[in-house]
Design a protein around this ligand. Structure first.
Ligand code: ATP
Ligand code: MG
Length: 578
């Protein structure tokens, strides 16, 4: 039977491409029963009160992914019913981020604020059918009358106003006759309901605040619980997917649509994404930004999509991550190492290799002909033969990593030290003969070596082996660069979980290390903003999109080469985060 799900199209024996999860199962069931006539229409409904984070990415991938898998549609809708906290900057960043993640809402970009007039009409409809009333209790009193989880609430003394009186008052609320907070419109449901959300929830409040799209046109604003189901309904959404905290709101969602008798979308809840070593809330991000604890919403340490983009995370890696963690009905925390693993996997396939030296020390080859340079073939990406090779210049004066040399090495140190031979990647075997030190500090400022011309390309004809291969850049053919190294923004897996410590006290003091005077291959100086590289032995890096300039490059380390996830996955038999 055709259940509307795309298949791999092998003609006869169609195999569903879609990995099974409980939401897709529900949709399949609806398609079988014909509940929505086989239609699948989802939406991603961000509130424009901050930048999107990796948790939103999960929701975006889920909603747009379902639309893709079922040949349906997905809308982008700004849930902008709350005037005071929302800004155009956030709207723009969200549009940019969803597009960057690789999704397309075509011509279906909507704003809940576009529905203010419709929402108002639906509210009048409820008033006229005796299902909503104007209440004069103060916010404080509304709370008092609501009761608790163990005690029923009490009816508001204004609950039994006639429909005519309510309509008159509600219209005058809209007309601006009453001060802020003096009255509300409430749904008339059940003050004894075990579900607090059903105890005559407020659906409109009086609030004189400018809205980023409607300006001062309105002085009453609808509450989220009222606006959301109606927005879904107006757009013909079939599956309204949201996070678990809305589970208790579902009866109210259903109540509004039933009472109004309009298209009824199915709300489905799933567990939100949580990650170790980070926080996942726009409110906390705002604090980090406002307190100057990070350099902005797009600080490469932030779990925002803007931060991850600047850090060099490819959108495909984020999509792969969202797929790996899957959707679950129960809350869990995913190890951030899995996200980094997905980034590494993607960049390993796509990032060209290059050489850069982060903490350089000069290495002079005493027996290399003065003034000579030569070039070696350098494999651009061993994972991608189609990337081919390029030429890398070599000369008698090089830079290598300071910590690849030790004057008095401990037993397990196999890199360069006096008298020892190592390989310079792609080039020659060299043997250290001497060091030059700063007479004042005793610091090694230059390493002297001799090379064996018979080892051109890096291998000895007599088959003798060396224990280390070092990366290097030619001093004549490199440029200085700034490199920014990042660690997790929080030094503990669960920020704020220690008794007596605030989450902000768990910020990792060494989450950013800025290195200047790094030496990189000259062609890297003209890296496009955001361009990704693997610096051999050091990790994946990208040219910083804000600060890198032609000739004065700045690189962010996206991720190291060390795969922590591989270790975790080996010790725990189950893959994925849930
Ligand atoms: P925050 O708590 O960070 O402020 P929010 O839930 O208030 O987030 P919204 O803009 O209201 O943010 O969310 C838009 C959509 O993204 C909602 O459908 C919401 O359920 C979903 N979403 C938000 N956070 C997560 C998360 N951590 N994991 C999965 N989905 C999320
Ligand atoms: Mg929200």
């Amino acid at each position: 039977m055709d259940d509307g799900r795309k298949t791999s199209g092998d003609g006869g024996n169609a195999v569903p491409e879609t990995p099974a999860d409980f939401i897709r199962e529900i949709i399949l069931e609806h398609n079988r029963s014909g509940r929505f006539g086989g239609r699948v229409h989802t939406r991603f409904p961000p509130e424009p009160n901050g930048y999107l984070h990796i948790g939103h990415a999960k929701s975006i991938c889920l909603n747009f992914g379902i639309a893709r898998d079922f040949s349906g549609k997905c809308n982008l809708r700004f849930d902008d019913t709350n005037p005071s906290r929302e800004e155009t900057e956030y709207v723009d960043s969200i549009i940019n981020d969803v597009r960057w993640l690789g999704f397309d809402w075509e011509d279906r970009l909507f704003y809940a604020s576009d529905y203010f007039e419709n929402l108002y009409r639906f509210a009048e409809q409820l008033v006229m059918s005796g299902k909503a009333y104007v209440c004069d209790l103060t916010a404080e009193q509304v709370k008092e009358y609501r009761g608790t989880l163990t005690e029923p609430g009490r009816n508001s003394p204004w609950r039994d106003r006639t429909a005519e009186e309510n309509l008159d008052l509600f219209r005058r609320m809209r007309a601006g006759e009453f001060p802020d907070g003096s009255r509300t419109l409430r749904a008339k449901i059940d003050m004894a309901s075990p579900n607090l959300n059903m105890r005559d929830p407020v659906i409109y409040r009086i609030l004189r605040a400018s809205h980023h799209r409607t300006g001062d046109k309105w002085c009453i604003y609808p509450m989220y619980d009222f606006a959301h189901p109606i927005s879904d309904s107006l757009e013909g959404i079939t599956h309204s997917i949201c996070t678990l905290e809305f589970e208790d709101h579902r009866p109210l969602y259903d109540w509004f649509l039933e009472e109004l008798g309009i298209h009824h979308s199915q709300q489905i809840e799933f567990a939100r994404l949580n990650l170790t070593h980070t926080v996942m809330s726009k409110r906390k991000f705002l604090e980090l930004v406002n307190d100057g604890l990070v350099r902005g919403w797009d600080d490469p340490r932030m779990p925002t999509l803007a931060g991850m983009r600047r850090r060099g995370y490819p959108p495909a890696a984020i999509r792969a991550f969202a797929e790996r963690v899957g959707v679950a009905k129960r809350d869990s925390v995913v190890d951030i190492a899995l996200l980094e693993h997905c980034v590494r996997e993607d960049l390993n396939r796509t990032a060209p290799r290059a050489m850069a030296v982060l903490r350089p020390v000069r290495l002079v080859i005493e027996n290399y002909p003065p003034g000579m340079t030569e070039e070696f073939d350098f494999v651009v990406n061993p994972e991608d033969p189609s990337a081919g090779t390029r030429r890398i210049p070599f000369s008698g004066v090089l830079y290598i990593e300071r910590d690849d040399f030790m004057e008095s090495p401990p037993p397990k140190f196999f890199r360069l030290s006096p008298g020892r031979e190592v390989r310079l990647r792609y080039a020659y075997l060299v043997t250290c003969t001497d060091v030059v030190k700063d007479p004042a500090t005793g610091e090694v400022v230059e390493i002297r070596c001799i090379y064996d011309p018979a080892t051109r390309g890096g291998d000895a004809p007599d088959g003798r082996r060396v224990k280390a291969t070092l990366h290097w850049v030619s001093a004549l053919h490199c440029v200085p660069a700034e490199v920014r190294l990042y660690e997790h923004l929080f030094s503990v897996p669960f920020p704020g979980s220690t008794e007596g410590r605030s989450w902000k006290e768990d910020i990792n003091p060494s989450s950013l290390e800025v290195l200047s005077g790094c030496m990189v291959e000259r062609h890297l100086a003209s890296s496009e903003p955001g361009a990704a590289w693997q610096f051999e032995r050091l990790g994946y890096f990208c040219a910083d999109s804000a600060d890198s300039r032609p000739g004065a490059p700045v690189f962010n380390r996206t991720v190291t080469l060390r795969d922590e996830w591989a270790k975790i996955a080996r010790s725990a038999p189950k893959d994925g985060g849930n």
